[in-house]
Write a protein of this length. Structure first.
Ligand code: SAH
Length: 362
């Protein structure tokens, strides 16, 4: 099944920065500026094959074409939600399934990307966790998700890319456990000769791998940070998110306090509301307490995520009035708190539902 993907993938061209592509082209005896032309075509004009790079002399196209397998993804299925969200189920080399979600919002669109096939984090409320980790994605596979989905959107709408594209690393996987490939992909996507999706339009969401948050803070061009918190005490968090046994809340808090923020920037804390588990007054108070050093610096905001039920998950979503009460408790203390509207629930595309489900309502 994955044979087409297994063939000729040595090059992983889409995972090269413009500079690396120029060097690679030069090694093959072409002038380096050809590398820039190829980069502009692949990432700026979204061409699918080197044959469409008309600036390249025919011979060069043929020579390079033999060496370059351009798409590391194979589309298996697409699902359209009633709210306009679209879920793409792809296979990658090795036959693993990954998913990407297109989330339109007026003139803007948000693309939710996977960073790993499966996920090793075992969060008790997340459907992706049931898959376990299959493997890290390569930079090329991460970049290709964006190229594929934007190309498809262009074909569907007959117009070029949407005015504003935001990226969220909130699909399958824990992006900070695939640090180098994720950052490489973001460098490629930010290049002004390509898609030019700048880091402040990108949000990386993590379960809270404290030392990697520190590393991310040292990057010159880094995405925005979101931390999946979901519980304000160690006992509850360890039960819901086993990562807490390795990086308890104190470590996570220190990493967040040390994270160098740009002007006015806040770290987003995601909090999945589970009925009767973490959505009461006591938890709201504990959350405010845990966030207080960050609140004092205006460094935090909260995104409440109504739990998206999925088969096999032993939790129920909090009823709307409990969600509203939890939100008001936080807002009353001046903490910016939003409720994330679930998108694409009917096609299993919403947060925590990406489990490579191949029917829209399994
Ligand atoms: N591993 C990273 C990236 C995935 S982001 C992380 O966990 O941050 C996916 C987001 O959806 C996380 O905030 C996660 O806590 C949340 N989530 C997981 N399962 C969910 C569910 N069933 N309903 C709603 N949100 C869920």
């Amino acid at each position: 099944m994955a044979s087409a993907l297994d063939a000729g993938l040595g090059e992983e061209w889409l995972g090269l920065t413009r500079q690396q592509l120029c060097a690679r082209v030069a090694e093959r005896g072409l002038p380096a500026y050809r590398g820039r032309q190829i980069f502009q075509a692949l990432h700026g004009r979204l061409v699918e094959t080197l044959d469409e790079v008309r600036e390249l002399p025919k011979r060069a196209r043929a020579e390079l074409g033999a060496a370059a397998a351009l798409s590391p993804l194979r589309l298996d299925q697409v699902f359209d939600a009633a709210d306009g969200a679209r879920r793409y189920l792809f296979s990658v080399r090795g036959g693993h399934a990954i998913e990407t979600v297109w989330i339109p919002d007026g003139e803007r669109v948000t693309l939710c990307l996977s960073s790993q096939a499966g996920c090793p984090m075992r969060c008790a409320f997340c459907a992706t966790a049931t898959l376990g980790l299959q493997r890290n994605l390569t930079a090329s596979e991460i970049v290709a998700q964006v190229l594929y989905v934007l190309r498809d959107a262009g074909r569907r709408s007959g117009s070029p890319r949407p005015a504003t594209v935001n990226l969220v690393l909130m699909g399958m996987g824990e992006p900070l456990l695939n640090y180098d490939q994720v950052l490489q992909a973001l460098r490629i996507l930010a290049d002004p000769d390509g898609l030019h999706i700048v880091p402040r339009r990108v949000t990386l969401s993590t379960v809270g791998i404290a030392p990697k948050i520190a590393a991310l803070g040292r990057e010159p061009d880094r995405p925005r940070l979101a931390v999946s918190l979901t519980a304000p005490t160690d006992a509850l968090r360890a039960r819901l998110m086993p990562v807490n046994l390795t990086y308890p809340l104190a470590d996570l808090q220190q990493a967040c306090l040390d994270f160098p923020r740009r002007d006015g920037e806040r770290i987003t804390f995601e909090y999945v509301l589970l009925d009767g588990v973490n959505d009461g007054e006591a938890e709201a108070r504990a959350l405010l307490r845990w966030l207080s050093p960050l609140r004092a610096r205006e460094a935090a905001k909260v995104n409440l995520i109504p739990h998206n039920p999925a088969p096999g998950l032993p939790f129920r979503p909090s009823p709307p009035e409990r969600i509203a009460r939890f939100q008001s408790a936080l807002r009353a203390k001046g903490l910016p708190t939003y409720v994330r509207r679930p998108r694409g629930r009917d096609i299993f595309a919403a947060c925590g539902m990406l489990a490579a489900t191949s029917s829209p309502s399994a």
